[in-house]
Design a protein around this ligand. Structure first.
Ligand SMILES: N[C@@H](CCC(=O)N[C@@H](CS)C(=O)NCC(=O)O)C(=O)O
Length: 254
């Protein structure tokens, strides 16, 4: 993926999307997938994972990715704000259900996958644990740990929280399957399908042929404790593979 830097991006018109370069950050991958599904063009702007990203902080008030900046509107650093922006720029295909009950169901599921303390948040605490005292990684790990609430106690709990979430997501998909639907909500694609497809990589990354992520990162993702392996119902990855095959673009490009 070609990136411009923050300085080049600030005065550009249109949609700029700040993304972590070189790794498949699930929040960023999901934001890209949503924009691509809707055929919304964007300029990719570089963020360096775990680094200070001082210019990004000065521009957007925070230094994580993704951030969407649309013309001269305020930067959107929350994934759901980015989703709503995408729905506004191009309403079709709609990824937020019209039906209010389905909408409530969908946002609850999304928050459980991508939100603070959700699946990905907890999984990140697990991935940070071996880095906290790793030689040469201390500065990055300390920065990420501080930002995302790392404590040894939280990391020790994280696998069980993740497992409980995965079990619930799998139950949900099984219930949908019994009604003849391959989707999380109702009988068609919604944003939660796109999020889960992109976040399932934190359980099992897509293979190297379509996802050339750094080997060290792939190795750390592969070390799953028994509680997570047990909670990993095959339907979770079958859903991911189905959504990629029908709606999303491979190989990943970051
Ligand atoms: N608030 C964000 C989540 C942002 C987030 O967790 N970003 C991570 C993705 S791995 C990140 O940028 N990590 C690298 C860093 O903080 O430098 C959202 O709702 O989209």
């Amino acid at each position: 993926m070609e990136y411009i830097n923050v300085e080049q991006a600030i005065n550009r018109p249109g949609l700029r999307l700040v993304l972590t370069a070189g790794v498949p950050g699930p929040w960023g991958e999901a934001a890209k997938a949503i924009l691509r599904l809707k055929n919304i063009p964007f300029t990719a702007v570089r963020q360096d994972g775990g680094a200070e990203n001082a210019q990004l902080a000065a521009w957007t008030g925070q230094n994580s990715a993704p951030v969407a900046i649309y013309n001269d509107e305020a930067p959107r650093a929350n994934s759901l704000d980015i989703l709503y922006l995408a729905e506004r720029i191009n309403p079709l295909p709609a990824l937020i259900p019209q039906d209010i009950d389905q909408r409530i169901e969908m946002f609850g599921l999304i928050q459980t996958i991508i939100g603070e303390q959700g699946f990905a948040w907890q999984r990140r605490l697990m991935l940070l644990q071996p880095l906290m005292n790793a030689p040469g990684r201390e500065e990055m790990a300390a920065r990420l740990g501080l930002k995302y609430g790392y404590t040894d106690e939280a990391a020790a709990q994280a696998a069980l929280v993740c497992a409980a979430i995965l079990t619930r997501l799998a139950t949900h998909l099984r219930q949908q399957e019994s009604k003849g639907s391959a989707y999380f909500v109702g009988s068609s694609l919604s944003a939660v399908d796109v999020y889960w497809a992109n976040f399932a990589g934190m359980l099992k990354p897509l293979p190297a042929e379509v996802n050339p992520m750094p080997e060290s990162l792939r190795k750390s993702y592969a070390e799953l404790p028994p509680s997570l392996l047990q909670a990993s119902d095959v339907i979770l990855l079958q859903h991911r593979d189905y959504i990629y095959s029908r709606y999303l673009t491979l190989p990943l490009d970051y």
